[in-house]
Design a protein around this ligand. Structure first.
Ligand code: SAH
Length: 363
């Protein structure tokens, strides 16, 4: 076994039997001793992966523009909770608040910043990133403890970090995909022996044996809470993540370390573990709110004026700086295989049914 967490998981399995993918996922990211977010510095060029706000300030600034527009579209109510789920190093919220202070000082003056973050280490970094903001900042383990009130909420690359369950199509129906031990006591994927009530899974006829279907009760639970809150108190929620607009079959569990894909089972706790977000399922879990048709990140950012803003940011700067901005625009909104423009999707929900550019309503 290659990591301390790998050994811990192997011991658990040898004592209690195979564990589901969701338990494996949770242990990898959140184990109190060896979990990925407890021990690693995931972000940035020296880390394991780079997120949109870490690529360029343009991303957070455009989210800021969108949130100010959303606030105005609701009649500019005050006070406002500006909430973020999984804020990482706090870069996105810092960029958002800079724009909010500029475009809507009256909003910044009456806003509280509410950060849902489980990692103490990241809370510390978030506190530093937001030290210049004049709005009070509060941290939460869970969205439930954010005080009631009109809410503007954003979650970038948060849902992909919440555990999924996987089911495998077999000759005798769907079975839970589990992590077990092979003859050499190495972690391997296997198929649970217990049959299950698969009434919540899609029809199996069209798929070959071995095909995987994913569900995420953890994501659905958070989505339901966001919806409940926005329905009750008013507001808008913006979810940005990589994933698919429609539910479908396929194994999307992936581990990334030092900017490269690695085997999911090889280095538990030392690689980031995520899976693609199923936006159709997420939307179904958001009852009572208005869900706008999902856009790609590329279309979303371009419609909000990414190119114009990039031009302004680059004006008067040297060639190196301009090239960096051009590369950031490409990465954020381009459609190449390493770009985020097509892979990442943006979903917006609001309490009131209203027009909120660049989303369009289809009914
Ligand atoms: N949004 C940031 C970071 C994304 S990484 C960015 O775009 O750069 C995922 C973030 O979610 C981290 O801050 C991680 O600590 C946090 N996180 C993961 N699981 C969580 C959970 N169950 N509750 C709260 N925060 C969680």
């Amino acid at each position: 076994m290659t990591t301390p967490l790998g050994e811990k998981i192997a011991r658990l399995i040898s004592l209690n039997g195979p564990i589901g993918v969701a338990d494996f996922f949770s242990l990898c990211l959140a184990d109190p001793d060896y979990g990925y977010y407890k021990v690693r510095e995931p972000f940035g060029a020296d880390g394991d992966f780079i997120t949109a706000p870490e690529i360029s300030q343009l991303f957070g600034e455009l989210i800021g523009v969108f949130l100010v527009n959303a606030w105005k579209a609701h009649g500019a109510p005050l006070p406002v909770r500006i909430a973020e789920l999984g804020p990482g190093r706090g870069v996105l919220m810092a960029d958002v608040m800079r724009v909010v202070s500029k475009l809507a000082p009256e909003l910044a003056a009456k806003a509280t910043i509410e950060l849902v973050e489980t990692s103490e280490r990241l809370r510390e970094l978030q506190s530093r990133a937001l030290s210049v903001s004049t709005s009070p900042v509060r941290w939460h383990d869970d969205i439930d403890t954010i005080e009631p009130g009109f809410t503007l909420l954003v979650a970038n690359e948060f849902f992909d970090a919440l555990p999924i369950r996987q089911f495998v199509s077999t000759d005798s129906g769907f079975r839970e995909r589990v992590v077990a031990l092979d003859d050499d006591d190495e972690l391997v994927f296997s198929v649970g022996s217990a049959s299950l009530d698969d009434s919540f899974l899609p029809a199996q006829d069209a798929v070959s044996p071995g095909t995987v279907f994913e569900v995420s009760p953890a994501r659905n639970a958070v989505a339901a809470k966001i919806a409940e809150r926005i329905e009750r108190d008013g507001g808008a929620g913006l979810v940005i993540d990589y994933g698919h607009v429609r539910s479908g079959f396929g194994d999307t569990l992936q581990a990334v370390r030092e900017h490269r894909y690695v085997s999911v089972l090889e280095t538990p706790g030392e690689a980031d573990l995520t899976s693609h977000v199923d936006f159709e399922m997420l939307a179904q879990a958001m009852r009572g709110v208005h869900v706008m048709p999902v856009m790609t990140q590329g279309d979303f950012l371009l419609a909000l004026g990414l190119l114009e803003r990039a031009g302004r940011l680059g004006a008067g700067k040297d060639e190196d700086a301009q090239q960096q901005i051009t590369a950031a625009v490409q990465r954020l909104a381009g459609d190449g295989s390493h770009d985020m423009g097509n892979l990442f999707k943006v979903m917006c929900v609001t309490g009131d049914k209203l027009e909120l550019a660049p989303f369009f309503t289809d009914n």
